[in-house]
Design a protein around this ligand. Sequence first.
Ligand SMILES: Nc1ncnc2c1ncn2[C@@H]1O[C@H](COP(=O)(O)OP(=O)(O)OP(=O)(O)O)[C@@H](O)[C@H]1O
Ligand SMILES: [Mg+2]
Length: 396
Amino acid sequence: MILTNRKSLEIDRPKNVEESASRAVNREIRILMLEDNVADAELIKFALREGGLTFSWVRVDSKAAFLREMEKNTPNIILLDYSLPSFDGLSALHIAQQRFPDVPFIFVTGTLGEEVVIEMLKSGATDYVLKNRLSRLVPAVLRALREKEERDERHRAEERLRKSYEQLRALSVYLQYVREDERIRISRQVHDELGQALTGLKLDLYWLAHRLPRQLKSAQEKARTMSANIDTTIQTVRRISTELRPSILDDLGLVAALEWQASDFQKRTGIKCAVVSDLKEPIMNEDLNTAFFRIFQETLTNIIRHAQATVVQISLKKVGRFLQLQVKDNGRGISENEMNDTRSIGLLGMRERAALLGGTLQLKGVEGEGTTVTVKIPAARRKEVESGYHENTHRG
Ligand SMILES: Nc1ncnc2c1ncn2[C@@H]1O[C@H](COP(=O)(O)OP(=O)(O)OP(=O)(O)O)[C@@H](O)[C@H]1O
Ligand SMILES: [Mg+2]
């Protein structure tokens, strides 16, 4: 059984692991040997050399020397006799495991009872070789080193994966901020510059229309249509600017912006939409407002697209140190699968937005009764978190 597993492992092993494993056994191996019998030690050394290993070797024969040696050097492998006059093998194993949890540990010893072998392996020894069968020693050493190298490679791969996940997260934070900053800037430019230019144009047209001779009826008519067109364009500019970033969010705060968005949603879709809030003060924290507002917009879009709802209830309140937004629709109810589907990028984005500010997003669906989205974000963030965070995202 074990053999089959090992075989399948070897087949699956990626190429770079193979390479690093063979690198591990081709270089000089540092061996620490705990053995009191000089003749036995020489025999073991001989077996290793005969087996073709290149190694450097330090032999110790007491606990004190063993501890001293471990302080000086990190061995690649530890070989030890099970029964020593001053020191037993299992204690040596425990000491070595504390100091070098990753270094393989092989008992090279005289005859052993079955229980001792089991206890030894249970305690974490990599392998054991009997002194009267030293031909097994080199294969055991090679296998221990290869397995160690594979473990190391796996840890390195996990570390790389974790790092790249962190980088992706930092990138997503950064992109969210850049996008929002960009939206604010374009929204203001569109509103102020285009808005002003259009108003100027309208005044000029007014001036011109009043100087046109009365009998030029068609020119008078043209001026009127032009003026009406300018009005429509001004409305369009306002709409574009508001869609990019509603100024109400920055001027009047979160509750006002949610109310405005809800009433606009109701006008457009016919779905009843009401906001309830018991907050006394307007919320003016830009990051918090952006996160709540964008999550809210995404939630409303989902309701139009998926819920088949007729009523949406929204509440914003303080719960402990959190600000909590709850959006409840009376539609078909999101299913467990939809919630956990990794392709649900919209939901993922909402979760990320909340997580960036130390918050959470929770979904609950009841079939035929509706969906509830609950977002909780700490109302005030600790200063050091905030400054570290901005440093990480290179945001001024
Ligand atoms: N209010 C809701 N009621 C019922 N189902 C919902 C609701 N909100 C979301 N869902 C389900 O959850 C899925 C995932 O939502 P998500 O916003 O991640 O993706 P999407 O809206 O399909 O696409 P997009 O990435 O454009 O937002 C939806 O496809 C839908 O099936
Ligand atoms: Mg969506």
